[in-house]
Design a protein around this ligand. Structure first.
Ligand SMILES: [Mg+2]
Length: 106
């Protein structure tokens, strides 16, 4: 699934429930941060080693995956509302990063 397909799915889900009126750019940006906070709750007070151990539990891993998905869904909706093509934006940003941080010897 690429970003365009994901965008189509989440916008269809949203519009079928008449939630577009709530999806202003500011509300979507805030919602993405709220969901990121929910992701951080799973990591709070744990070391990296403890986090990696915790996600060996399938239920815990799914809970963490759900929060990552929530963040991505809100960012896809935000990009949709702003008219940003995420496939283009991510590809362009990766190329910028490659130019900014060339491999040694390049
Ligand atoms: Mg959530």
């Amino acid at each position: 699934m690429d970003f365009r397909e994901l965008e189509r799915i989440v916008v269809e889900f949203r519009d079928a429930r008449s939630w577009k009126k709530y999806h202003t750019p500011k509300n979507l940006a805030i919602s993405a941060v709220v969901e990121l906070g929910e992701l951080f709750e799973h990591f709070q007070w744990l070391s990296d080693e403890e986090i990696l151990e915790a996600v060996k539990n399938p239920q815990k891993k799914e809970e963490v995956a759900d929060e990552i998905a929530d963040v991505i869904i809100y960012l896809v909706l935000l990009a949709h509302e702003l008219g940003i093509d995420l496939d283009e934006a991510v590809g362009r940003k990766i190329r910028k990063n490659e130019a900014k941080y060339p491999l040694p010897g390049d």
